[in-house]
Design a protein around this ligand. Structure first.
Ligand SMILES: NC(=O)c1ccc[n+]([C@@H]2O[C@H](COP(=O)([O-])OP(=O)(O)OC[C@H]3O[C@@H](n4cnc5c(N)ncnc54)[C@H](O)[C@@H]3O)[C@@H](O)[C@H]2O)c1
Length: 174
């Protein structure tokens, strides 16, 4: 029996990188995993790898900074697996630039994915009529290099306020 047997885990941006590895580890530990990515191909690959390995996973392709997509992702998880025990807000982007060369559009892109996306995922996952909201929420690392001001700003806000707030209001360790 794995550490996450019977748990349902939603992981945004799990088509690649850290999210993908997190999805595979959770599935290996017995979790049913909802894989999300804005890019279809890598998301479907993650699901295929998990299933080939005997795990359970399903994919939702969509941009989590789009409110209706975030709602659809949460609904898909509940419909497919009946509940959500854990939300891993992993989807993220970088747009490296020195402050003096930073374009406003790039600042907005970062804020959109990290803040707007994180906000929608927490909001939809935490709806008042949700009887399945016990569990945990993880917002990916606040670490970033000193030149990445917009990245660091968005991550700090996201991690500090939502992780703490979610834990205070709904949190129980899974
Ligand atoms: N790699 C690092 O050193 C590092 C360090 C600290 C924090 N992080 C954070 O960890 C997370 C994952 O990093 P990574 O290096 O694995 O990144 P990655 O680029 O390899 O993977 C991120 C995935 O998120 C997806 N994505 C991007 N925007 C999305 C959106 N709006 N909706 C849905 N999916 C979206 C991408 O398509 C991609 O597949 C990010 O939030 C990143 O900021 C990474």
């Amino acid at each position: 029996m794995g550490l996450l047997t019977d748990k349902v885990v939603v992981i945004t941006g799990s088509g690649r990188g850290i999210g993908k590895e997190t999805a595979k580890i959770c599935a290996n530990e017995g979790a049913r995993v909802v894989v999300n990515d804005i890019d279809p191909e890598p998301a479907l690959e993650t699901v295929e790898e998990i299933r080939k390995n005997g795990g359970q996973a399903t994919a939702y392709i969509g941009d989590i900074s789009d409110e209706s997509a975030a709602a659809d992702l949460i609904n898909l998880a509940k419909n497919a697996f009946g509940k959500i025990d854990a939300l891993v807000n992993n989807a993220g982007i970088t747009r490296d630039a020195l402050l003096v060369r930073m374009e406003t559009e790039k600042w907005d892109e970062i804020m959109r994915v990290h803040l707007r996306g994180g906000f929608f995922m927490h909001k939809k996952r935490s709806s008042r009529d949700d009887k399945t909201k016990n569990g945990w929420s993880d917002n990916k690392s606040i670490f970033s290099c000193r030149f990445e001001r917009k990245y660091r700003t968005s991550k700090l806000f996201c991690c500090e306020s939502w992780t703490y707030g979610f834990y205070l209001n709904f949190g129980k360790r899974a």
